[in-house]
Structures are given as structure tokens and as C-alpha cells.
Design a binder for this molecule. Structure first.
Ligand SMILES: Nc1ncnc2c1ncn2[C@@H]1O[C@H](COP(=O)(O)OP(=O)(O)O)[C@@H](O)[C@H]1O
Ligand SMILES: [Mg+2]
Length: 248
């Protein structure tokens, strides 16, 4: 598939074109092209080991593509350092949270703003995060390691937002959470998108949930995009229902 078929619109925030990524001799991504438009939630779906996290790491500069281009707000980023990519406006919420376990919740939030110099506004943003995530406020003095999985996920999202990103990339935010927290997390993702205008690339195995809040979706299978469409069409796609949506 060519990239022109996989991306559309001309308000691309993020655009991957024909990305190949390897781990040594093993090819993890094959000709991956996708886009996220201004203000969109796009979900990247697929089962275990299909390359979802690798796509995310490639965007973040944590692994280098051997082939292909990545554009963010019109600027090529595939050769930038991970910190330059964060400074450019992409903020990750990594798999399994990855908070600093021996820092407090408050300190974790401060760390999220490490690319910023505007001290006063950083403090104001912490207050905003407390409004958005009341549980983060309740626990601000606790060590991150003492929080439940769902609470840690909230802190991880708040920390990512502290960088004031234009694009948020989330790796399986629902993983390991109780159903109640899963609902809550997806509600907040939607809220962040709608009220702050942050574009979101949502990497998920939970296709039902992800497509319920996304405008479009891409499906990865062994490192290749095999299906892409609007979220509504994917939800109604029989192939999709059988393989990923648990519809018999
Ligand atoms: N650091 C690594 N070294 C070697 N192979 C890796 C590494 N990370 C991931 N892989 C392999 O790349 C493939 C895609 O992995 P990943 O992107 O983590 O998939 P997903 O996030 O969809 O579960 C898998 O076959 C995995 O074993
Ligand atoms: Mg993964």
C-alpha cells in the first residue's frame, strides 16, 4: 500500500510514510504509513507483538527506522533525538506507566514539565491537572509506587500533559486496569482531546474501547498495516468484528 492511500487531509499533525524498523536482523515494521490530523483521536490496533509499541518507539526516536519518513507539524523528525522530539510537542504515555516510583506524585508531575522553563505556568498547570484528575490531587504527596495501577495511569497521563504536548501518544492505557478504571481512562482521554485540542494516537489492544472514542483506526498485523478506515466502519467491519471485536 502506498502512503497516499493511508493518509488524508492536509492538516497532518503526524505523518509516517513507508516506515521500516528492525531489531537487528528482525523486521518489526514493514512499510507502515499513517497520519493523525489536527484534533483527531486515531487508534492503532492489533494483537500481541504486531508492532504497536515499536511504532510508538519509532515515532519517539527510541528506535530508528531503517527506511521511511516521519513528519510532525511539517517538520521531519525521524533523525531527531528523543528529547528534541518531546520538545517539538510529542508527549508519550508509555506502556506499564513508567512513573518514577521513588518520587512523589507531585514530583512526577514536575518531571513531566522538564522541557519547559515557564515556572509560574508550570505551577498553574499542576493545578489544572489536579482539577482534571482529582485522584492525583488526593495523592500528590505519596510515592508513585504506592498507587494502584489505575491511579498510576492517571498520574502518567497528567505527567505527559505537563509538557503541553500537541500530540499525545499512549501505549495501551487500559492494560491491566479494572473495567471501572478503563471506562474512566477513556472518558478522560476524550476530555483531554475535546477540551485541550490535543491530538492523540491511541495504541490499544482493546479495539472496542479505542474505536468508540477515535475518529479513525489502523490495524497492524505482524508489522504491517492491514486495515484502516473510519472508526465507525471498522466497528461494522465483519473481518474486524471476528478478529478484534469479540463478535461471534
Ligand atoms: N527490543 C527488542 N529487540 C528485539 N525484538 C523486539 C524488541 N522489542 C520488540 N521486539 C519484537 O518486535 C515485534 C513487535 O513488538 P512490539 O512492537 O512490542 O509489539 P506490540 O506492542 O504490538 O505487542 C515482536 O515480535 C517483538 O518480539
Ligand atoms: Mg506493546
Amino acid at each position: 500500500m502506498t502512503s497516499s492511500k493511508l493518509t488524508w487531509g492536509d492538516a497532518n499533525v503526524l505523518k509516517l510514510s513507508n516506515i521500516d524498523t528492525f531489531y537487528g536482523p528482525i523486521q518489526a515494521l514493514r512499510n507502515v504509513s499513517l497520519s493523525v490530523e489536527q484534533g483527531e483521536i486515531v487508534s492503532l490496533l492489533g494483537g500481541n507483538a504486531c508492532g504497536k509499541s515499536t511504532t510508538m518507539k519509532t515515532i519517539l526516536g527510541l528506535v530508528r527506522p531503517r527506511q521511511g519518513e516521519i513528519e510532525f507539524l511539517g517538520q521531519r523528525i525521524e533523525k531527531l533525538s528523543p528529547s528534541a522530539i518531546v520538545r517539538a510537542g510529542i508527549s508519550p504515555v508509555l506502556e506499564a506507566r513508567r512513573l518514577f516510583p521513588y518520587l512523589t506524585v507531585y514530583e512526577n508531575l514536575r518531571m513531566g514539565a522538564y522541557v519547559r522553563k515557564d515556572k509560574k505556568e508550570i505551577l498553574e498547570d499542576i493545578e489544572r491537572m489536579y482539577d482534571l484528575f482529582p485522584v492525583v490531587k488526593d495523592r500528590y504527596r505519596q510515592l508513585a509506587s504506592t498507587l494502584s495501577g489505575g491511579e498510576q495511569q492517571m498520574v502518567a497521563m497528567a505527567r505527559a500533559l505537563m509538557a503541553r504536548p500537541k500530540l499525545l501518544i499512549m501505549d495501551e492505557p487500559s492494560m491491566g486496569l479494572s473495567p471501572l478504571f478503563v471506562d474512566k481512562i477513556f472518558e478522560i482521554i476524550q476530555q483531554i482531546n475535546q477540551t485541550r485540542g490535543v491530538s492523540i494516537l491511541l495504541v490499544e489492544q482493546n479495539a472496542n474501547m479505542a474505536l468508540s472514542i477515535a475518529s479513525r483506526g489502523y490495524v497492524l498485523q505482524t508489522g504491517e498495516i492491514v486495515l484502516y478506515d473510519t472508526a465507525r466502519k471498522l466497528l461494522n467491519n465483519p473481518q474486524m468484528q471476528k478478529a478484534y471485536l469479540g463478535v461471534a
